[in-house]
Design a binder for this molecule. Sequence first.
Ligand SMILES: Nc1ncnc2c1ncn2[C@@H]1O[C@H](COP(=O)(O)OP(=O)(O)OP(=O)(O)O)[C@@H](O)[C@H]1O
Ligand SMILES: [Mg+2]
Length: 250
Amino acid sequence: MTNQTNDSLIAIKGLRKAFGKQKVLDGINLQVAKGETVAVLGRSGGGKSVLLKLLIRLQTPDSGSIRIAGEEITRLEEKQLNDVRKKIGFLFQQAALYDSLTVEENVAFPLRRHTNQSAAEQKDRVHELLADVEMDQDLEKLPSQISGGMQKRVGLARALALDPEILLFDEPTAGLDPITATEIGNLILELKKKRHLSAIVVTHDVQGAKAYSDRMVLLHNGTIQAEGSLAELQRSEDGFVAQFVGYGSK
Ligand SMILES: Nc1ncnc2c1ncn2[C@@H]1O[C@H](COP(=O)(O)OP(=O)(O)OP(=O)(O)O)[C@@H](O)[C@H]1O
Ligand SMILES: [Mg+2]
């Protein structure tokens, strides 16, 4: 049943999640429109990764609503969840590649699992995806044989394999050199322009996020404490917000 009141592809309302006595998310409201990229900033341990995990139901919320393309996913059964997950490309904070599979096999994995493509079609698609992240030279290597930044790029290629409508990226540029980080940022921008994707990108790189996001939100004390462009956040009257995004810096 689609019951959207507006055109947001992702609509989160009153989302709460605690671990024991620790309230990590305490009433999150966030909407992401089709074609929009939202950067999520916040202190380490603030619940950013938990938020992304709730969005693909790797974790289950205590209360609140998450609608993806109009569908309330907090109450879905595993089988229906798989259909929703197919629409979402997820890049984990640790690239989370399969250790025993090569670079090529890692990216082919979702194609094998979810499509009827022939081996030749899969191979072509994998090479195209890896070329986009400049990782088409190390197809036969295992994750343990490539650097952390390279693993991240392979994870990104894998997240894009099924042509998702939604991207959830957990620190896609952390641990990368500035040039590669900028390239990943550009890739996010390009994807958005070409394919009109919606994305939530968790990052500590405020300046990088400025380049590729339409809007930034600051997660603090379990809620979205501020929301807007970088310039707007820098002008915030809330001292914590302004300090977090570095007031005065360009
Ligand atoms: N499965 C879990 N069981 C218990 N506590 C958890 C679990 N997952 C996360 N937490 C706790 O929730 C809090 C938020 O964790 P989360 O990983 O979302 O932080 P984060 O904002 O992503 O931080 P960072 O920027 O360092 O990645 C932390 O205190 C963490 O210990
Ligand atoms: Mg995290």
